[in-house]
Design a protein around this ligand. Sequence first.
Ligand code: X8Z
Ligand code: ZN
Length: 628
Amino acid sequence: MTSIHLRRLLGAGAALSVLAFAASCSQPEAVGSLSTGETETAAPQSGPATVNEAQAFIEKVEKFYREFGEYSARIAWVNATYINYDTDWLNTQVSAEGTEMGVKFANEAKRFNDLELPADMRRKIELIKLGLNLPAPERPGAAKELSEINTRMSSAYATGKIELDGAQVPRVDLEEMMGTVRDPQRLQEIWTKWREVPVAERADGGTMKSDYAAMVKVANEGAVELGFDDVGTMWRARYDLPPAEFAAETDRLWGQVKPLYDELHCHVRAKLNDKYGDDIVPLDQPIRADLLGNMWAQSWLNIYDLVAPGDADPGYDLTALLKDNGYDAVKMVKTGEAFFSSLGFEPLPDTFWERSQITKPEGREAACHASAWNLDGAEDIRIKMCTKVNADDFQTVHHELGHNYYQRAYKDQSPIFWGGANGGFHEAIGDMVALSITPEYLKQIGLLDETPDASKDVGLLMSVALEKIAFQPFGLLMDKWRWQVFSGELTPETYNDGWWALRTQYQGIRPPVERSADYFDPGGKYHIPNNVSYTRYFIANILQFQFHKAACEMADWEGPLHRCSVYGSKEVGEKFNAMLEMGQSEPWPEALEAFTGSAEMDGSAVVAYFEPLMDYLKEQNEGRQCGW
Ligand code: X8Z
Ligand code: ZN
């Protein structure tokens, strides 16, 4: 997400576009319909700053976050669900205003740097300084320029046209096809066409790639004015750790799960080799990126059938179960809601059902990438999806609802504290709930008649690993690439080569065809043109297993973690809610400790969860040449 707005008001799910900022900055005069009664942001006072001044400043920012936040969120919503010239125009305008105010506030906050303040006030001041996702420099016109660039990139991603066999195919359909098509030639065609959009030339000669380079320049200028080395440093500063320590922390966590990834990669490559042969899947090379069942090779769940253990199976195919039982998109969301209700959360408000975009609207352009919103900082929560009836989207529905329940839980905090304890927390809530979608749970809700025999669980574990373990190197490298871009280590000439170097190094994959340096393959992933930082998802895939393990212990579960469902546990719900209500009012280790008893992020819960699979993979890989 690009803005305070997105980070705070909408929460981590909202990722939108353009809104360069956030919920709080509004210059009331600039926003005619918004009458806050404020005038200008106060000019820096002379003399030493006082606690009273700091308090008045914080209150002013809070008021702005609330009021401008709602105003800009409603514009962003209309834009995302109905993209056209005018809504792009409106969003550009409001996003620029938000950025301008965010920059003013961040600069103003510096006045209180050396002042001794109570902890909550100090935290608010520091968060105000970090409030913008992409800061603009203060020079006139810069915020507008940044906002225009971002709107263009965002709309280009959402509306870019792709033709197959002479007909335009909706982007969500192409994503789905990557999971179902098995003909390598066809997969390569879809994969390649998807990646024409980021280099498609507009009438003015610009492309998403040229916009991206321009965005980096302006936003970096803004970050430097605020005292950061670059935007990447600013993004890393959001984790209650010095930025360099945070980068080292992600590497440490990756080190914990990498052995599992390496075994999974080795096994999957061998199985793909069985299917496609040595020419297409040589056993000593990175895997061709289009064969893994997903547009970005970030989840391999869709090729479960190709890699499933012979003597074990998950006992069911969730996509088939949903379809055979007559589930539609709304019923999928209702099922997700029912899980949260079973934990003791209040039902979703009627307005959720009236105002959400649950399926792709007909006859107009809309952004299909899933997101979750809180429009008014209170009860007006919604999701925006183009839901398909399949296992992937069943997972995503829970993911998005997790954002919404989090947003509603922290609504009574100061708007400066609206947000996840860290970005990873926001992404982990719904996923943690989805880890409780066990065979037993599916039986409880009538989707399965019988639970499969536990002796076949390695199949179940394989399907979870194809989604969550396969994801981790991608989750990590997306921002490693951006950190290199923002620091200047990569330039437009080396964007694409640098991207593939990381894709190969971390994921062990390669493009199906040679990619020249002219391409902009990172731009084929939503979060790049929309400037949504991505380490959050990597962190979330660690945290959700920690949460799940702690929740299962709370529920006195005895047995393997992958068979544990906390469905119906009010005790878990109560403790979970206590963590959610905190928002980002405390450093994340405190929120983590409140729920799990540990203040450390730790991959050992992941390792424990997958232990039986690790044994199986090692056995399978014996005698195989692993690595790339
Ligand atoms: O973007 C998302 C969510 C919205 S926050 C649908 N996710 C990442 C992605 O799709 O790339 C969830 C998993 C990772
Ligand atoms: Zn999310």
